[in-house]
Structures are given as C-alpha cells and as structure tokens.
Write a protein that binds this ligand. Sequence first.
Ligand SMILES: [Zn+2]
Length: 322
Amino acid sequence: MQPYYYPPYATPYPQPATSPNLGGVVAAYPPAPLATAQPAPPGLASRPLAPGANRPLLGALAGPAAWQEEVRGVVRELIAHLNSQNAARVATIPLVFDPNPNEINAFAGCDENGAPFVAGTEGLLEAVDAIAQTKATDELFGTQTYGAYMAVVVPRLVSSGGGRAAIPWGVIAPQYGSDPRRVSRAHEIFDEIVAFTFGHELSHHYLGHTGCANGQTVGVGPAIAQLGQLATAILPGLNQPNEIMADTNGCINTLDTGRARAFVAYRWGEEGGLWLLDFFSRIEAASGENPLLGFLRTHPNPGLRIPIVQTVAATWRFRNPL
Ligand SMILES: [Zn+2]
C-alpha cells in the first residue's frame, strides 16, 4: 500500500470537500434494545427501506443526557456485531463523556493506570446533533439548512476564541422544527454518524493499536479533568496505517450492524461517517496549517478519509449483496 500521509505531505487520494469522526466505548452491557415506536406513516421514507424493514418513527434526542445515552446504546449494538474475539476485548471498556461544549473530539486511549477507555466530548455530540438536524430537514423539505449552519459555525470554530457547534436558532424554520418525520429522521442520522465515529475508536482498542485493551476488568475510566491531557498524549502516536485500519473496521462494523438491524429499524450505512467527515473537512479547509479543533489534531485529514470509507463500503456491498 502507498504510504498515507497527513497534509501538508503528499495526498494519494482525491480530496473532496469534507471531514472526520471520533470514538466511544462501552461496558458489559446486554445487547442494545432496538428502537421501538410507531410504524412510519406511508410516504415518509426518503431513502429506500431495507428489504423487510419495519422502520419505526423515533422520538427526539434532546440534550446531552439523551445524546450520551444514545451513544451508549449505539456502541452496545456495534459491539454485539463484532466477532467474539474482538467483542471480548472491548466489552468492558468505559465510555467517558467530557461535558465541555467547546471541545469537539472523540478518541480511544489508555489512562494513567494503563486501563483502556473511549471518550467523546459534549461539543462533538452537539456537532453530530446539528448535522443530523440539518441533514434531516434538507432531505425531507428540500431546504439548504446544512449549508446555512456551516456558514455560521465554521468561522466560529476556527476562530482563536473557539466556540460551540450547537445549531443556532433560526437555521431550521419553525414550521419544520417539530415535524415528527423530521425528528425521527434526525434521530436515525444521529445514530448512523455515532456508529461510524465510535466504531472507529472502538477498533483502535480491539485491533491492538492502544495496547491496553485485553479484555481485562476495568473501572469507570479516567477522571474528566484528565481527558484533555490524555487526548494530547495521543498525538505523537497517530499512525496513518492504523488510522486506515480503524476507518476500515469502523465502517465494516457499522455496515454489519446496519444489516442486522434492517428488519426492525433503520439500516445504517456509510453516509453517517461521510457526513461527519464532510463537516470536519470544511472546518479543516478553513483552519489553515494549525487546526485548533481537537478532532482535527487527533485524527487524519478528513478529506483523505472520505475515499477510504467509500471504497470500504463499496467492497463490503460487493461481498454482501443483501
Ligand atoms: Zn483513529
């Protein structure tokens, strides 16, 4: 394989306008219950349903507590569809959330005691929510709210003072805000983005990249105050071949899980990961040589990751035609 460099070095892949993802973890949870709700009304689906799919109408994910619980459920579902060896390596790893809304990141690491963890920040969950809300609105109503959102948030996020990725008031018109089809679609997209993001981070542990996930019994994870330090400690260890492997395995885990849930819920594909990467690639393009955003500092260039995800998904579909 050709070496895979970060910018400003050679870029062996074409660079679409886009961005990346994050990570998360989990504990010895039982298999995640799939969403239960009313069947979607006729004509709701804007994308084809999987064969036999019974796509429930999902409720709103409102605020940090709901987002965190949702991420835990998605990660449980991802782990349930790993092979038994990989699942055993990550089944007890704590998923830790940094409540800082001004930090946007997700990562896998080992704490000071050598115990594995996966972390995500509230800022990241705000960004995922905003992408999901705007994409769902545009898909159902033909609006351009994602572009409007990015026009506001990108300058804010690349400024020296930083800022939050939360969706500003007014980006989504009031007449669309509470539409139950839009709320449900945003929920689906949130889960799909989270699956790729945290599937990537989980894989760093079961692929042995962190070296600390051996299926051992672990505690509750590092203290929140340590997380910034631990994220910074990852930087010298960033390794392009490992990042490609994590994108590959995170994508496959998402697609495998999507196929398994397709008969009772929305089938996850690679679109969520691609949307996340689009978000970060736009920020990266506006950031210049020294991005401030934690996510961009702890992950490879998002524009380079897009074709990897697309290729992995195409290969997966060729091997899994149903
Ligand atoms: Zn990674």
